[in-house]
Ligand binder design. Structure first.
Ligand code: DOR
Ligand code: ZN
Ligand code: ZN
Length: 418
């Protein structure tokens, strides 16, 4: 197959090229390749987006999402590869569940799905999960996402074991005793609404702890969904000292502030919470100077039953796969904060590199995973159009630029806008 007339991001530059693919691998990238093909005229081609932090909910919460609906949302959002978190029921804490997810994803046959194993058995924070066995079955990282491993010695052991198997720990940072039932960021708007707040330190203390462990043990660690300006600064300083720390943030922390909670819309309830303008600006600065390596969705689909309840009772999370590229492109590239090439690094190249995944670059010999987008298309986010089972978004009605038109995985078109 030849994909023709693409304006493709090759080695950091946009070039007008044809791309030939055989057996799922990019064979040739050249200004013109002879033969019939699939026309990508007018579209910009980026390496397939890679989301290293999603929740697909299977097994156990298929009412919220499953591997099929989540994969469909992924390719619609331009993602060719996603890594799914283990807070399922049962948790992904053993080789059988890891194998099941891989097998089911292959059966669905849309995007690549890479399972992330739990750090502890049942995510109960007591005994380490069988890390080596999960790695052998195909786990690409370990994480206790949804919470932190609160016992520090256990976390240190986890980092050590993970590194023995060449896996990274992805750390959700939250000191439960400090959060103390908080559901939003503590500040003016928590006072105004009467909703219980949670202070930045609840996140920062665990970020600092994970950095201390990584530094003392000389091991790598990855910080999930950074939301605080102070967290950005901790990571920046650690990187400057040579600590092997990487970090991610999400579109909602880059585009919203805690003012959105004033209408009690439970779609704004997410963990960590949406914070203040100075946090939002610091996160953008962190992306610009390389402190924050990746943009992930933390795609957290929920059923209406879990969101159409009072704020205190609602589930935490935002359905993000179908809006991530456009929100990020609009907030970061259209606004001149990042170049398109830098955005592609944050959403594809860096996640691949951090987890040691194939992909993340358009080059000969790489898997033919790419996305074709119309950067000039403006559209309005409408959750009714989501193919994810999770319609929970705080972005309904928002106008964005950048529309995914076609997603190609291993050389095959897996999504095409009609
Ligand atoms: O908002 C969140 N939702 N944060 C988490 O850490 C977990 C996630 C979920 O699983 O719903
Ligand atoms: Zn989390
Ligand atoms: Zn998560």
């Amino acid at each position: 197959m030849i994909y023709k007339n693409a304006e493709a991001l090759i080695g950091g530059e946009l070039k007008k090229v044809d791309i030939s693919v055989e057996n799922g691998i990019i064979q040739q990238i050249a200004p013109e390749i002879k033969g019939e093909g699939y026309d990508l005229k007018g579209l910009t081609v980026l390496p397939g987006l890679i989301d290293m932090h999603v929740h697909l909910r299977e097994p156990g919460f298929e009412k919220k999402e499953d591997i099929e609906s989540g994969s469909r949302a992924a390719v619609k959002g331009g993602f060719t590869q996603v890594c799914c978190m283990p807070n399922t029921k049962p948790a992904i804490d053993n080789k059988v569940t890891v194998s099941y997810i891989k097998a089911r994803a292959r059966e669905v046959g849309l995007c690549k799905v890479q399972p992330i194993g739990a750090i502890t058995v049942g995510q109960e924070g007591k005994d380490l999960a069988p890390i080596g066995a999960m790695k052998a079955a195909g786990a690409v990282a370990i994480s206790e996402d949804g919470k932190s491993v609160l016992e520090t010695k256990l976390m240190a052991n986890a980092m050590q074991y993970a590194s023995d198997f060449n896996l990274r720990c992805l750390c959700h940072c939250e000191d439960k005793s400090l959060v103390d039932g908080g559901v939003v960021h503590e500040g003016y708007y928590s006072t105004l609404t009467g909703l219980k707040g949670s202070i930045r330190a609840a996140e920062d203390i665990i970020i600092a702890r994970e950095i201390c462990l990584a530094e003392s043990l000389n091991l790598p660690v990855h910080i999930c969904h950074v939301s605080t300006y102070s967290g950005v600064q901790l990571i920046r300083e650690a990187k400057a000292r040579g600590v092997q720390v990487t970090a991610e943030t999400c579109p909602h922390y880059l585009t919203l502030t805690d003012e959105v909670i004033k209408d009690f819309d439970t779609n704004t309830k997410v963990n960590p919470p949406i914070r203040e303008e100075k946090d939002r600006l610091a996160l953008i600065e962190g992306l610009k100077d390389g402190t924050i390596d990746c943009i992930v969705t933390d795609h957290a689909p929920h059923h209406e039953d879990d969101k159409r309840v009072e704020y205190n009772l609602a589930a935490f999370g935002i359905s993000g796969l179908e809006t991530s590229f456009a929100l990020s492109y609009t907030a970061l590239v259209k606004s001149g904060e990042l170049t398109l090439a830098e955005l592609a690094e944050k959403m594809s190249t860096n996640p691949a590199e951090i987890l040691g995944l194939q992909g993340g670059k358009l080059e000969v010999g790489a898997p033919a995973d790419f996305v074709a987008v119309d950067l000039n298309a403006q559209w309005k986010i409408d959750p009714k159009e989501f193919v994810s089972k999770g319609k929970n978004t705080p972005f309904a009605g928002r106008k964005v630029y950048g529309r995914v038109k076609c997603t190609v995985v291993d050389g095959e078109v897996k999504y095409e806008e009609k």
